[in-house]
Write a protein that binds this ligand. Structure first.
Ligand code: DGJ
Length: 749
């Protein structure tokens, strides 16, 4: 049993393989948090570390007057109430029909059962191996009749505990939620750093590590999307934590809309982290009997440092969030025409690009934006999902047949959530767009957002997309979303429910994706939002891969993919080799280096391969062969960051689960004269195993031969123990050139 209830002292203990989570119902009935961390011994109870102590100006609940030290403002809690004596960042704000704001949740009952709870209408983790247990603790506020159900899913083997909160109006009168967080994590002791992943379009998920300051730090998005700007994933790690050691907590929200995580360093030195929906422009009218479900949070802890925490999330997302036919299957290597043609193409041009790619081993052609409506630029056409016959005479099917005849699969770009003002759809249904009464709407990329809070819009999109998939042999969909939400107002909702529009939009989106993935499980969907503007666990429940960034520059991608790797597995990271000079930065990097970086993702090409020289074409053949050969090592292996991204080179590694193979990738980002040699320590090998280097490729170097050139593939004949490579490390011969890279494939003998 991974969940235990001790009825004598009303405590709950949740054990995973290496962690323990503990809470206790206190005398008045509040659910106090006792402990989350390294696994405890059976029978340990951590109530002795959480002592009531008065700090002054700490409110005491009525009836506890005798115990002057007892204050909800100071005690660690599982889910704080509202307006009843806890001044820290709250989980909830609620007001009743009379406008009185207040909730004080007291224990009512609990239930422990096998399997994983599900959340109505929202993506959440599932039990893939029959070993998950669920705990549901019901609390209630006796005055308002608001019930709180806290669910915990214990994934013992993965060291992950999921949390979710459900609010139920058990009264006879309506009430209004102004905030409803998913979870609160109170850590009473320790010196913590915050790690989060910030960015912008074309530079998503840059890792930032800061000490906590005596303030509230907020990681959030108000954009109606999880956003390029702040990913809904944070780590709290101890000050000394490194990649290889130290206490680390992760909180990852399974949600793709506006979100907010507050981290507060308290007066007593403890830390409170509260995560969930963003509360700005949010309110939820809860009529008698109605239920509100918050998005799920994935908590994970390790005392073994940041790499281990990442590996826990990678495994969890792959096994317990991603699903469907493509969850573990080898995904096709694709060629996408976007950066090759933008809007200017016709069927012959696409076939021309596809034919060359097929010749070199590429397995799927993805037709990007511009194939529909009057879409010759980004001012028109969104919403008109019928074929542009000027570009594709006879429709999609003749093109799809030509692509299939090349032995390739066919993929198609869509952006279903949007509408152009200049479109037949908008002219027919102007009220289907999010716009504020009496105001001209704000445009983003010249387009408006469809109101997916309206069920008829979701039904319309479902009919349209399912029709498209039924009428054509489409193997893959790129699901794009190119602006954020403004003018959030749904013409289908009454005034008291306007605060629900943004979350109802997300529920509509998830319903749409859920219906489509259920009906077309064989279609691979790649998520996208102007690159990685919606790269989150919510989308991963429908799309096992997500376009990581519109920035395809290999050197910039090192930073973006490094940050992404803290929470998300390589199998989720959409990455392509594109043309140089790079279209986003103007930088020129070697073709080999571009491939090394894209191989730490789903791998594909986004350029016209017909324009390459003969030696570049040969190199592409090598890349494709390598990627196919190493696919399972890269995608199923354990991922190690060997360096950060601030030095002169960046190195990373994947190791097969049985440690018999490893692939090391290195990119020199700052070539220097007389540079110190590139030296790094490998990780995760079998210390007693003997390894040989089966492949050593120098790519884009000016002093050493690259593949295809004489001697380019000759690895050193020596053997090393895993211990030597991990404790002593490996040194590369001096390499020169602009952004050269190296790949080492090691095999245990
Ligand atoms: C943004 C995407 O991220 C790009 O890859 C491309 O599909 C464009 N949209 C097309 O408009």
């Amino acid at each position: 049993m991974s969940i235990q209830f001790d009825s004598q002292n009303r405590s709950f203990t949740l054990h995973t393989r290496s962690t323990t989570y503990q809470m206790q119902v206190d005398q008045p009935g509040h659910l106090q948090h006792l402990y989350y961390g390294r696994r405890l011994a059976e029978g340990d109870r951590m109530d002795a570390q959480v002592l009531p102590v008065n700090c002054g100006f700490s409110p005491v609940p009525y009836g506890c007057n005798a115990d002057y030290d007892f204050s909800l403002d100071l005690l660690p809690q599982e889910y704080s109430g509202c307006n009843t004596g806890d001044f820290r960042v709250s989980c909830l704000s609620v007001s009743d029909a009379a406008g009185a704001a207040g909730a004080d949740f007291l224990y009512v009952r609990h239930e422990i059962c096998a399997g994983k709870y599900q959340v109505d209408g929202l993506p959440c983790a599932y039990d893939s191996g029959g070993e998950v247990e669920t705990l549901v603790i019901t609390l209630a506020d006796p005055v308002t009749g608001l019930e709180l159900q806290l669910s915990y899913g214990v994934f013992a083997a993965r060291d992950v505990i999921t949390r979710q909160a459900r609010l139920v109006n058990r009264s006879e009168r309506p009430m209004t939620l102004g905030k409803a967080a998913s979870a609160c994590l109170d850590l009473p002791y320790g010196q913590w750093d915050l790690i989060h992943f910030h960015g912008r379009h074309c530079m998503e998920r840059q890792m930032e590590r800061t000490s906590l300051t005596q303030a509230v730090q907020t990681i959030s998005s108000r954009r109606g999307a999880s956003s390029h700007h702040h990913n809904p994933f944070v780590i709290l790690c101890d000050h000394q934590a490194t990649e290889d050691a130290g206490d680390c907590y992760g909180m990852m929200l399974v949600y793709s809309g506006s979100h907010r995580t507050d981290i507060e360093l308290e007066q007593s030195g403890g830390v409170r982290a509260v995560t969930g929906l963003h509360d700005e422009l949010f309110s939820w009218h809860l009529a008698p009997g109605e239920v509100f479900d918050t998005p799920e949070v994935l908590l994970s802890f390790t005392h073994e440092g940041l790499t281990r925490l990442s590996q826990q999330y990678h495994a969890f997302l792959r096994h317990n969030i991603c699903r469907g036919a493509w969850q573990f299957a080898r995904r096709p290597i694709l060629i996408n025409n976007w950066e090759a043609t933008y809007f200017q193409f016709d069927a012959d041009k696409i076939v021309d690009i596809a034919a060359k790619a097929a010749e070199l081993g590429v397995e799927m052609l993805v037709l990007d934006d511009g194939w529909f409506g009057k879409r010759d630029d980004d001012f028109t056409g969104l919403g008109d999902w019928f074929v542009n016959e000027n570009k594709l005479p006879g429709g999609l099917n003749p093109l799809i047949e030509r692509i299939h005849r090349l032995g390739m699969r066919f993929g198609l770009w869509v952006e279903p959530e949007m509408v152009s003002e200049d479109s037949e759809l908008y002219r027919a249904h102007p009220d289907w767009a999010l716009t504020l009464p009496g105001r001209k709407p704000t445009l983003g990329r010249n387009q408006l957002v469809l109101d997916l809070a309206r069920p008829e819009v979701v039904d319309y999109l479902y009919d349209l997309l399912s029709g498209l998939l039924r009428r054509h042999r489409i193997d893959y969909i790129k699901w794009d979303m190119n602006r954020n939400m403004t003018d959030v107002y749904s013409r289908a909702l009454p005034p008291e429910r306007q605060g629900e529009a943004s979350h109802r939009y997300m529920l509509g989106l998830y319903r749409l994706l859920g219906r489509l993935t259920a009906e077309f499980p064989q279609v691979l969907i790649e998520g996208c939002a102007g690159g990685g503007g919606r790269f989150d666990a919510g989308m991963l429940a429908y799309c096992p891969q997500i376009w990581c960034s519109d920035d395809t520059d290999a050197v910039e991608r090192l930073i973006i993919q490094h940050g992404t790797s803290f929470g998300y597995p390589i199998s989720a990271v959409g990455a392509h080799v594109s043309a140089c000079p790079n279209h986003q930065t103007g930088r020129t990097t070697p073709l080999g280096t571009r491939a090394v970086v894209a191989m730490s993702g789903t791998f594909g090409y986004e350029l016209d391969l017909n324009k390459l020289s003969a030696s570049e074409v040969r190199a592409v053949c090598y890349q494709i062969e390598d990627f196919k050969r190493w696919y399972h090592l890269i995608q199923d292996g354990l991922y190690y960051r060997l360096t950060g991204v601030d030095g002169d080179f960046t190195a990373w590694q994947t190791v097969s689960p049985d440690r018999s193979e490893a692939l090391v990738s290195v990119v020199v980002t700052h070539p220097r004269a007389n540079a110190p040699l590139v030296h790094f320590r490998l990780k995760g090998l079998d210390p007693e195993g003997t390894y040989r280097i089966a492949v050593q490729r120098f790519l884009g170097t000016t002093n050493l031969p690259s593949p295809g050139e004489a001697g380019g593939d000759a690895p050193p004949a020596r053997r090393w123990s895993g211990a030597a490579l991990m404790y002593g490390g490996y040194t590369l011969p001096r390499i020169s050139g602009d952004f050269p890279s190296v790949q080492l494939h090691l095999v245990r003998i």
